[in-house]
Ligand binder design. Structure first.
Ligand code: ADP
Length: 499
């Protein structure tokens, strides 16, 4: 069965202020409670849609549908070629409909259209990568030393029903990143999008059905994190949670998962060091350092927010980064030429503005920014000036806590050896950057930094074939690469007496 035709048409608009409903077992349904919440445009405050608000009962229904779909093998037992064909068709649909998908994310969470549109290659490429992986699943045959004749081999099997919980900072990419890998492995999915940005998840859920993914294989249940998300994390019939979000929520999910010891992968926060040596190509490092911190208004878990700059270039370099920051065009992401949109919500705005006070109180200097932007049209939305703190010490809160806004803390350094210790003196370990033209130094730092990604003379590049994930409290498990596929598979050892 495809999407319930009585209640929806395939081309309905996702931003018309109408009701967007849960996708459970191939049908669009109201929340059992009848409750809805509002989805607002953070650039204008206008209403985009009412969204059905799933709770524990709806999560139960969705998990039951995903369980049936997993247990009867409608997806996991389908021949890899056929799953590949369906997932490739989905990739084609994402390609065809990408303008609409991108626009919807821009409306829903504010990221400028240039950036959401720029995600086309990545979104489609990821889906093609995952489609390819459906035919790449394999176990091993293993020589054993047991007396007698025994054949031993491993089978790779899908882990089962996956609960995917995603954030709002790059919604359609986050959806594909989790659902694509889970489907490639043969799992079924219940996905809970972030309450701030549920719309593309619902659209992509429909496109999966249109591509031919059987009913119940992917279910999308918007709702509040502490209610619907928590119900998914603690559900005894869910075999794995794949989560991206804040570190404190990751900890809550881990605790909630204990009931059935479900598998958990966590992609959490960061306070990533971005190190600029005096021997760097500064024409590249200036925009590189600025965009590493300010891109997507700083709402990137791997943002380079601790900017270490060598003393001999510090003054000049920071002056240039400040100039670059002031030249960034902040505005409604739908407008031409806008480079930075609003932050996602009033809550996020308040949080970022609070850190302006915290930084000042701690003795840091605001080089540029440090305020909400309210001129003209901007007053209706949640806009913040790209902000640079200088005179930052390692132990300040603005140098150690994740702010998740367009704020960078610049820290001066003299001694390259002690710098390794300082860069690693954080409970996080997600991203990092090194800017130098000295190849030996680049390799030395790439090895010494305790983080899941090190970008040298570049920042925040992502590719579906390259694993991404955290050390320490930035989480565990990897997304992207063959490593990610393994996160959705169990390994079974088979022993056969052959004589
Ligand atoms: P952020 O602070 O960036 O919004 P969160 O970690 O709060 O990050 O949110 C990421 C995702 O986790 C969202 O989909 C949110 O609804 C969900 N979430 C929040 N709290 C919980 C919870 N206690 N259990 C499960 N999911 C949650």
């Amino acid at each position: 069965m495809t999407v319930d035709e009585q209640t929806s048409t395939p081309q309905h608009s996702f931003s018309d202020g109408g009701l967007k409903r849960l996708l459970i077992d191939g049908r669009l349904v109201d929340a059992t409670s009848g409750r809805t919440f509002e989805s607002l445009n953070p650039a204008t405050g206008e209403l985009l849609a009412h969204v059905s608000e799933g709770d524990a009962t709806d999560i139960d229904l969705a998990v039951a549908a995903a369980r049936r779909a997993f247990d009867d093998g409608r997806w996991s037992q389908m021949k890899p070629f056929d799953r590949q064909t369906i997932l490739s068709r989905f990739a084609d649909l994402v390609d065809e409909r990408h303008d609409e998908i991108a626009r919807l994310d821009t409306l829903d969470m504010g990221m400028p259209l240039t950036r959401t549109m720029g995600n086309r290659r990545r979104a489609v490429g990821m889906m093609r990568f995952y489609a390819g992986l459906t035919t790449a699943l394999r176990g091993d045959t293993i020589e054993n030393s047991i007396p007698g004749d025994y054949l031993t081999y491993t089978l790779k099997e899908p882990v089962g029903v996956v609960g995917a919980i995603i954030p709002w900072n790059n919604p359609h990419i986050a959806f594909i990143w989790k659902v694509g890998a889970a489907l490639a492995a043969g799992c079924t999915v219940v996905l809970k999008p972030a309450e701030e940005a549920s719309l593309t998840a619902l659209l992509l859920g429909e496109l999966l059905l249109e591509a031919g993914v059987p009913d119940g294989v992917v279910n999308v249940v918007p709702g509040v994190g502490e209610i619907a998300g928590a119900a998914l994390a603690s559900h005894l019939d869910v075999d794995k949670i794949a989560f991206t979000g804040s570190t404190s929520t990751g900890q809550a999910i881990l605790r909630a998962s204990a009931g059935n010891l479900k598998r958990v992968t966590l992609e959490l926060g960061g306070k990533s060091p971005n190190i600029v040596f005096a021997d760097a190509d500064l024409d590249q490092a200036v925009p590189g350092a600025a965009l590493a911190a300010f891109g997507n208004s700083g709402q990137v878990c791997s943002a380079g927010t601790r900017l270490f700059v060598e003393r001999s270039i510090y003054e000049d370099f920071m002056h240039r980064v400040a100039e670059f920051a002031q030249g960034l065009n902040v505005g409604n992401g739908l407008s031409d030429g806008v480079q930075l949109g609003p932050v996602v919500s009033k809550t996020q705005l308040d949080r970022v503005v609070k850190y302006f006070d915290i930084g000042r109180d701690e003795g840091a200097t605001v080089l540029v920014g440090g305020e909400r932007l309210v001129a003209g049209e901007l007053s209706k939305g949640y806009f913040v000036a790209p902000t640079i703190f200088t005179d930052v010490r390692d132990d300040m809160r603005v140098a150690s806590e994740e702010i998740f806004g367009p704020v960078v803390s610049a820290i001066v350094f003299d001694d390259a050896e002690d710098l390794v210790r300082r860069a690693n003196a954080t409970s996080f370990g997600l991203g990092s950057g090194v800017w130098t033209q000295n190849v030996a130094k680049a390799h030395r730092f790439a090895k010494a930094i305790r983080a899941g990604s090190v970008w040298v003379n570049c920042y925040n590049l992502m590719d579906p074939a390259v694993p991404f994930g955290g050390y320490k409290m930035s989480g565990y498990g990897r997304e992207g690469g063959l490593e990610q596929l393994d996160e959705f598979l169990e390994t079974k050892a088979v022993w056969i007496k052959t004589s």
